[in-house]
Structure formats: structure tokens, C-alpha cells
Design a protein around this ligand. Structure first.
Ligand SMILES: C[S@@+](CC[C@H](N)C(=O)[O-])C[C@H]1O[C@@H](n2cnc3c(N)ncnc32)[C@H](O)[C@@H]1O
Length: 363
């Protein structure tokens, strides 16, 4: 493949055919039903489970295609053969490798991805899916061309999420911005901000509805260039002269500044988990390209200090209502592990009718 397979209609159709094949073979786990908010009708549960398994197989294939994990689907590890009866276990192992970093563990967390734990397709159906990835499916790796992002940015797995999880497109409007539009907006916002705040240690940015991180990844790219070369060039607004004269920092310092500068929030846990995976790997990749991390980059060797600040929450409500009110509006989000609220410097607004504790009693 030389371009994003998520743009290829035949490939998308094939993935949905796999969902059709897996769904009737799903055995539901009665101990872990999909919460009502996600599973609109009980009879949809097997299909939701199948879609979750097929989507995770895409993420695993993408990771294998970039040597980020040991190959388990694209080819069997040396000396091992896959028994047709062990397809479900093999897929489970391929998924488990994706969670071996503190920032990416959430991908497999039952609260982030309940459908993955709500049941499992049959071993034979999983083997058919693995065989397809091994023998027929296209590579999910392709290079950057011109200003178009390469696959190591996670663009294909970001774009495939709403393909397989249609409910995210219809109920959460998970329709993501093409890179050239993101660039145009960053050219008009981030680039002038870099010029104006060039002496600041951080250039704080946020995508409050970050999806799987298309904007975040592009912002990382821009800031990486600024902090490693001292120059930033607009990508879509080609008439603007580059901004020059910044300090060129060592790559590890640039990565730390980026991690403290580029924030994201999404209301959907799985979507945010994919964004965390993408940003962790992309920053790891930039550091490997700069010879700070060993190549080939492996997910389990990315330092645990690379922890993107991507929260799961309702951007319209966090900071505007009290913690108690937020828990009433979004009980599942309020108790979600790893949601990242409150951040160190975040204070919930006071509860209604509660005197502010920091108001002096006798001024
Ligand atoms: C149209 S997508 C945009 C994604 C990304 N910003 C981009 O441009 O590629 C909208 C995203 O906003 C999220 N979202 C919707 N309402 C939200 C809210 N109140 N707080 C945080 N995220 C929200 C959805 O889950 C979805 O992922």
C-alpha cells in the first residue's frame, strides 16, 4: 500500500464482511454485558462484539506492520504453528501486546472497550480472520508523501475506528478532519502563536473534541519541527514566510515540551484510548528517528515518561459544573479509571449552595 487503506472502499467493505462472518459465532459473556448506553438493542450485542474484535485486529496488524510488536497475525512466530482451534487465543495475544505501555493499556480496559469483553467469536472464525491478515490483507504501512502523513502517525487506525464502530459516527459525530484542513487551521492558529509566544517554554494547545487525534498528531509535528530546528513552516498557507530564530533543543527536551503542550479530550473512552496510542507511538517514532530511542521502535520499549495528556471527559461540562453534578450527568465517565480528571492544576467548581472553602469566614 502506498496510501491510507481506510480510504479504499473495497478494503472497508472486506472488514465489514468479517464483522458479518464473526457476529453469528459470538458467544456472549453474561458477566460482562455491554452497558445500555452503547448497546442500543440487545440483539445488536454479537455484532458489537464482532466489530470490536475486527477493529482491534486492524490495530494489531498496523502495529505489526510497523514492527512495534512481535508479529502474531501477519505471520506465526518462528517455530510455532497456529492450530485452527486456537484462533481466539491468538487474537487475544495479538491484542494484549498493544496494552504494554501505561499510556496504551486503556485500549483493552473493559470500561473503555466493553464490547471486546462482552463476548468472543469462535476460534474457527478468528482463525479465518487471522489467515486473511496473514495471506491477503494489504499492509497498513505506507510512507509520508509530500505533506500527507505516513502510517506511523496512526492515521489509518484512526480512520478505521468509525468504519467499524458505526455508532461512534452516528451518535458522537466521529468524523475526523483531513490532514490538509487540520494544517490550514494550525497554520492560522498554532503558527502565529509560536511566533508570538516564542520565548515561552510551552505553547499550550488543546483539541477539546480530539477524536482519535488527527489534530494532535499534526500539532506534534509542527512543534517538533519548531523545538528541534528553531523553524516552523506553514504547510497549507504556502505564501507565508517560515518563522525562524527559535532555539534548537535536544530531541528529548523537545518531546517533553510537546507532551506538556499538546492536550486532548474526548468524551468517548475508546476514541481517546486510540488517540493515546497514536500520540505515544508517534512521539516514540520521532525520538527513534532522532536516534534517542533504539530502532526498530518497539511499543514496550517506549519510556513510560511518554504519557500524552489526553483525557476522557465532557469538554462542555468539565470546569463549569461541580464534581457531584458531573457525576450525575456522566456517572460512567466520572468513575472511569485513567480518565485524567482532575489534572494536578484543575479544581472543580464548588458544589451549589456550598460556601467556598477558601472564602475567609471573618474578613
Ligand atoms: C467531529 S469529531 C472531531 C475529531 C477531531 N477533533 C478531528 O478534527 O479530527 C468529534 C469528536 O468529539 C467528541 N465529542 C463529542 N462531544 C463531546 C464533548 N461534549 N466533549 C468531548 N468530546 C466530545 C466525539 O466523541 C468525537 O470523537
Amino acid at each position: 500500500m502506498t496510501s491510507n487503506p481506510a480510504d479504499d472502499r473495497a478494503f472497508r467493505r472486506r472488514l465489514l464482511t468479517h464483522v458479518d462472518t464473526l457476529a453469528p459465532t459470538v458467544t456472549l459473556n453474561p458477566d460482562r454485558p455491554i452497558p445500555a448506553s452503547r448497546q442500543h438493542r440487545a440483539e445488536n450485542a454479537p455484532r458489537a462484539v464482532a466489530a470490536a474484535w475486527v477493529y482491534m485486529s486492524c490495530v494489531a496488524a498496523w502495529a505489526e506492520d510497523h514492527d512495534l510488536v512481535r508479529p502474531l497475525m501477519r505471520r506465526a512466530p518462528d517455530g510455532l504453528t497456529r492450530a485452527p482451534t486456537s484462533g481466539t487465543v491468538w487474537l487475544g495475544r495479538a491484542f494484549e501486546q498493544l496494552a504494554r505501555h501505561p499510556a496504551t493499556q486503556w485500549l483493552l480496559h473493559p470500561a473503555y472497550q466493553p464490547a471486546l469483553w462482552a463476548g468472543a467469536p469462535s476460534p474457527a472464525a478468528c482463525t479465518t480472520l487471522i489467515d486473511w491478515w496473514a495471506d491477503e490483507a494489504p499492509s497498513l504501512a505506507y510512507p509520508a508523501t509530500g505533506t500527507a502523513p505516513g502510517s506511523i502517525t496512526g492515521w489509518p487506525i484512526g480512520d478505521l475506528l468509525p468504519v467499524l464502530h458505526d455508532d461512534r459516527r452516528t451518535s458522537n459525530a466521529l468524523v475526523q478532519t483531513p490532514y490538509w484542513v487540520a494544517d490550514l487551521i494550525l497554520d492560522e492558529t498554532l503558527v502565529p502563536a509560536v511566533d508570538e509566544f516564542r520565548h515561552e517554554r510551552l505553547i499550550r494547545t488543546i483539541d477539546p473534541t480530539c477524536g482519535t487525534g488527527h489534530f494532535l498528531i499534526r500539532a506534534v509535528d509542527y512543534l517538533w519541527r519548531w523545538w528541534t530546528t528553531g523553524t516552523i513552516t506553514s504547510r497549507a498557507v504556502t505564501t507565508r514566510t517560515p518563522i525562524i530564530g527559535g532555539a534548537a533543543l535536544p530531541p528529548a527536551q523537545a518531546a517533553n515540551r510537546i507532551l506538556a503542550s499538546v492536550d486532548g479530550v474526548d468524551i468517548d473512552p475508546l476514541t481517546a484510548a486510540v488517540a493515546r496510542l497514536r500520540m505515544t507511538i508517534y512521539i516514540g517514532h520521532l525520538l527513534a528517528e532522532a536516534d534517542v530511542l533504539p530502532r526498530p521502535l518497539r511499543l514496550d520499549r517506549i519510556p513510560h515518561t511518554i504519557l500524552p495528556r489526553i483525557a476522557v471527559g465532557d469538554s462542555l461540562l468539565v470546569g463549569r459544573i461541580s464534581r457531584h453534578e458531573y457525576a450525575q450527568a456522566h456517572p460512567a465517565l466520572a468513575s472511569l479509571p485513567g480518565a485524567a480528571f482532575p489534572l494536578d492544576d484543575f479544581a472543580w467548581p464548588p458544589e451549589p449552595d456550598t460556601p467556598q472553602s477558601n472564602t475567609p469566614a471573618n474578613p
